[in-house]
Design a protein. Structure first.
Length: 353
């Protein structure tokens, strides 16, 4: 297992810059998620690390060794493809053994390593089946076993869960994280799904237009977004435009003045406020500093929670989220109901527009 260092890597296709001066240090044994919308450069970055795409500028080091100019087969990396890329004419065991055979290991060693890899993903009993006889989740496990059986220095996973249904995605992301932690293998995990990134990663690297927009622990990006783009992409529903008006005072463009955390920012800003932090008809409004009148427009039932869209007298709308009766939450609020909307100043984050 090794650390991975990207030093100002760039990828250009003629006049188009797909990855623009990306630098990143990934610690040994760390799982880093490259997150972002389609076309942001995350998969291109991963493929440059794997050697499948040449680097235009910059260097890639693994364990202190410069791999920038080496082909994929000289990098000792395990790669999990989005479409699994299993050989249809080979059995599960033969698929997993393929990389070891290319390394010309003795047959006895190959058999032992394949068994260990299939045991790890709980598929030993299916070693003789063909890929077409497996479910999507099982095929993903075979692809993971094949990537790990060569004992790679780094594991690269490109949208590994995108072809699975919701239940299988939840199961597989937990399994990937569990195996990664057991082995302590340095892993780069590409996804466009913020929930996947938050669930599996030690650190999240959010990319936009070929650059890193923000990186940090999952809770940093989720709770303390550094820009309007990060706040929106990470699922912050409420983004209220305005300007600072004195220390800790923020005037919304709609006219309301609310208390905010002290921040060294100026100019056009937005208050990012997660729905979970918006309280409806709270009992300790005096302690929350921000309390406004509102009216419920509609409610969206989501099983464990209910999302309420409420409208302030100025016309500004907010989303408030609270537990549903299914988990002991209060009775649902009907559209047209007058409510008080509250939140503490520290619940919001000011971000540049």
């Amino acid at each position: 297992m090794s650390d991975v260092v990207l030093q100002s890597i760039v990828k250009r296709y003629d006049a188009t810059t797909a990855v623009d001066n990306v630098s990143l240090n990934i610690r040994q044994g760390e799982l880093v998620a490259l997150l972002g919308p389609s076309g942001c450069g995350k998969t291109t970055t991963l493929r440059m690390v794997g050697g499948f795409i040449p680097v235009t500028e910059g260097r890639i080091l693994v364990g202190g060794r410069d791999l920038t100019s080496l082909p994929p087969n000289k990098r000792n990396m395990g790669f999990g493809f989005q479409n699994y890329a299993l050989f249809p004419h080979m059995s599960v065991g033969e698929n997993v053994a393929f990389g070891l055979q290319m390394r010309k290991l003795p047959k006895a060693d190959i058999a032992a390593k394949v068994k260990t890899a299939l045991d790890r993903v709980k598929l030993s009993h299916l070693a003789d089946r063909l890929p077409k006889q497996l479910s999507g989740g099982q095929q993903q496990r075979v692809a993971l076993a094949r990537a790990l059986v060569i004992e790679p220095d780094v594991l690269l996973l490109d949208e590994p869960l995108s072809n699975l249904d919701a239940q299988l995605r939840n199961e597989m992301k937990l399994e990937i994280r569990n195996i990664q932690q057991q082995l302590g293998i340095t892993t780069i995990f590409v996804t466009h799904d913020q929930d996947e990134a938050l669930s599996v990663a030690d650190r999240v690297v959010l990319m936009r237009a070929g650059r890193i927009e923000q990186m940090g622990a999952p809770d940093d990006l989720f709770e303390r977004p550094a820009s309007h783009f990060v706040a929106e992409f990470m699922g912050v529903t409420n983004l209220l435009a305005g300007t600072l008006e004195g220390v800790g005072r923020f005037r919304l463009t709609s006219g309301e003045v609310v208390a905010v955390p002290v921040a060294g920012l100026s100019g056009d800003l937005a208050l990012a406020l997660r729905p979970e932090r918006v309280i409806l008809d709270g009992t300790d409004e005096a302690l929350l500093a921000n309390t406004l009148s509102a009216e419920v427009e509609f409610a969206t039932y989501r099983g464990l929670v209910i999302d309420y869209r409420v409208r302030l007298p100025s016309g500004v709308t907010l989303i408030a989220r609270r537990p549903s009766p299914a988990v002991g939450g209060p009775a649902p609020l009907s559209p047209g109901r007058a409510v008080r909307v509250s939140w503490p100043p520290e619940a919001g984050t000011l971000v540049p527009m």
